[in-house]
Design a protein around this ligand. Structure first.
Ligand SMILES: [Zn+2]
Length: 375
């Protein structure tokens, strides 16, 4: 045994499917999967079956979550440009605004022309409370960046040409913008250029884009289909060699049932909360990554970007030498599978503490639903 204690990890990008699609996941199973994967804080995306695009829907979702969660959970608000009146009302209840510019699960795509209007509206909303305030001046990349007014970030799902569209808007309306799940050299190059220009942008990558390529889709097809799709070996190498330009690793945990994946055409998305840290620890054991990288990408920078308060009694113990095969341990996620089924990994979450309370040990959740806090 070689136990290492790390801070409780933060995953700023999950889809817990609750309410609306609780046959795929719910707030209990999703947050249990988070603990099993070493995450003590997660932020949930708004593309539920009925998108979280009104103050009322957001409050309903929070009320449902409150009774079920076993780790801390925050939320994003969603928009396709027709709910600008709601922006001010939700400012103290969310961690950012999520916009979908490319196809994803759910019919929640944004009209490009509305982009600038949404950016203007979000950036001009007043902050009601100072809770969960991002520390922009700390993270925003280059010396050329001027400190911004405190505003909650905008998060985008944008690929290829859409990345450029967003960067053009950010150049005009300088609000912190986070590019989710960057998967290609082409997209990352555009973001690197924007960072070097001093624009307030950050980006994340997923474990599936770091560890799988388009070639892997053939082997395990429906279970390795997601948006953005797996990319080429060249793209994958570019992500690894430019990790210093990447701000966070986000699981994009997006479960679907086996039946849905098999029935075809499969819905896009894969689970990730329970496998991300073992994969990253395996990369550490292979000297492709350091523990400091994991702390930066899965804790420090997400905490800074999204203004998450951390405390020293929220921590995880990982066994660096424990080898296991993904799929052989019982999953906590309701979907019960992983795109990495069959992979041998080294490094396992032993126990998890939140604010000093032991919440997970030996594969078991030790607290009742509702223990987690709404952030
Ligand atoms: Zn997502």
């Amino acid at each position: 045994m070689s136990i290492l204690t790390l801070p409780g990890l933060i995953d700023p990008h999950v889809h817990l499917r609750d309410p609306g699609q609780t046959h795929k996941e719910d707030f209990y199973t999703g947050t249990a999967a988070a603990l099993a994967g070493g995450y003590t804080t997660i932020i949930d995306m708004p593309n539920n079956k009925i998108p979280i695009a009104t103050f009322e829907r957001l409050n309903e979702k929070i009320a449902i979550a409150k009774k079920k969660i076993v780790c801390d959970v925050g939320f994003y608000f969603g928009s396709v440009g027709d709910n600008i009146d709601e922006f001010e009302k939700v400012q103290d209840k969310v961690f950012g605004l999520k916009l979908y510019l490319n196809e994803t699960t759910g019919n929640f795509l944004i009209d490009k022309k509305k982009l600038e209007k949404i950016f203007t509206a979000w950036s001009s909303t007043k902050i009601i409370s100072s809770q969960s305030m991002p520390l922009h001046s700390d993270i925003l990349s280059t010396k050329k960046s001027k400190p911004l007014k405190n505003k909650l970030p905008i998060l985008v799902h944008a690929e290829e040409k859409r990345v450029e569209d967003v960067i053009n808007v950010v150049r005009k309306i300088k609000i912190h913008t986070h590019f989710c799940h960057i998967s290609t050299a082409y997209d990352l190059k555009q973001i690197i250029k924007a960072k070097e220009e001093g624009l307030p942008v950050t980006c994340g990558v997923t474990p599936h884009h770091l560890f799988l390529t388009e070639k892997d889709v053939k082997k395990f097809r429906p279970y390795r289909q997601m948006k953005p799709p797996l990319s080429s070996k060249k793209d994958q190498v570019f992500l690894w060699t430019h990790l210093n330009y990447i701000d966070v690793i986000e699981s994009d945990h997006a479960p679907h049932t086996k039946e849905e994946k098999e029935a075809g055409p499969p819905p896009f998305g894969v689970p990730g909360l329970e496998t991300t840290l073992p994969l990253l620890l395996t990369a550490v054991s292979e000297k492709r990554l350091t523990i400091e990288d994991i702390i930066r990408l899965c804790y420090k920078t997400p905490a800074k970007i999204f203004g998450i308060k951390t405390d020293s009694k929220t921590k995880i113990d990982v066994d660096l030498n424990w080898k296991f095969e993904i799929g052989n341990l019982k999953f906590h996620t309701k979907c019960g599978w992983s795109p990495f089924n069959g992979w041998r990994v080294k490094g396992k979450v032993e126990r998890v503490f939140i604010r000093g309370t032991k919440v997970f040990e030996d594969g078991k959740i030790l607290v009742d639903p509702g223990f987690g806090r709404i952030l």
